[in-house]
Design a protein around this ligand. Structure first.
Ligand code: HPA
Length: 266
């Protein structure tokens, strides 16, 4: 871990990020008009490179509303064949760099009819449906405890603030439970029906490992899903990754408005 920190510090000087933002599928445009320092994952010691279309692979260090922010342009997914320890490695680095708040974003399918494509959903809680946990293995007691509590990952006080931001800028924000599958196949209609009965509102293939580790490390966590489609069986159309990326682009402005407001006011 030290070689990663040393490399980043060498490239970014005394930049201390207080917020980290992870951009999900199709949401990479967020950084388009921002000035900052880009470090490609491929040059950062210890980082693995994302293989998914629509995902860049770089860290972007910038200042937004006088706050130092590090942005992950593209994340790693379990379905790409990475270990959860690789996927969550950047989260540990963020903590070491000084980050206090981690904002996780993703594209997700709706398993609850009232959530429509193009809706933004604030994650209130999650269901880990992968049967995998990023904290399995020898625990480093200097980072966090062996059996960390997970009862308030997406902190209520922070969610209230995010809802207030959305209200103030006139962006509609729904709220619900995110369920993670490993992917890469989309769900069957029977699975989607089950997920809804289990209490999920949206389904996706990311975010949960990073949220678990963030909470374990004592960082505050915000999760926002962009609903890109109705999940399998909720509507008659077949699912495609292209549709997910396209919806990300369409909702980019609304999404950027909300994230900017969060960064400004949090
Ligand atoms: N299922 C799983 N992951 C997704 C979906 C979906 O319908 N949409 C975007 N990511």
């Amino acid at each position: 871990m030290q070689s990663t920190i040393d490399f980043i510090k060498e490239k970014t000087g005394n930049f201390v990020p207080e917020i980290a933002l992870v951009l999900g599928s199709g949401l990479g445009e967020f950084t388009k008009n921002l000035d900052g320092i880009t470090l490609n994952y491929s040059e950062i010691p210890g980082f693995k490179t994302s293989t998914v279309k629509g995902h860049k692979g770089s860290l972007f260090f910038c200042n937004i509303f006088n706050k130092n922010v590090v942005i992950m342009q593209g994340r790693l997914h379990y379905y790409e064949g990475y270990e959860l320890s690789d996927i969550t490695y950047p989260v540990k680095i963020f903590k070491k760099l000084g980050v206090k708040i981690l904002i996780l974003t993703n594209a997700a399918g709706s398993v609850e009819k009232s959530l429509k494509p193009s809706d933004l959903m604030l994650i209130s809680d999650h269901i880990n449906f992968t049967a995998k946990n990023p904290l399995i293995g020898k625990n480093d007691d200097t980072l966090g405890e062996r059996f960390p509590d997970m009862s308030d990952i997406y902190t209520k006080t922070l969610r209230d603030k995010v809802k207030e931001c959305a209200k103030n800028i006139g962006v509609e924000l729904k709220e619900g439970v995110y369920l993670m599958t490993t992917g890469p196949s989309y769900e069957t209609p029977a699975e989607v029906k089950m997920f809804n009965k289990l209490g999920a509102d949206a389904v996706g293939m990311s975010t949960v490992p990073e949220a678990i580790v963030s909470n374990y490390l004592g960082m505050q966590t915000i999760g926002i899903s962009l609903i890109t489609n109705y999940a399998s069986g909720i509507s008659d159309t077949k699912l495609s990754h292209g549709e997910v990326v396209e919806m990300g682009k369409k909702a980019a402005q609304k999404f950027a408005k909300l994230v900017n407001s969060i960064i400004e006011n949090i």
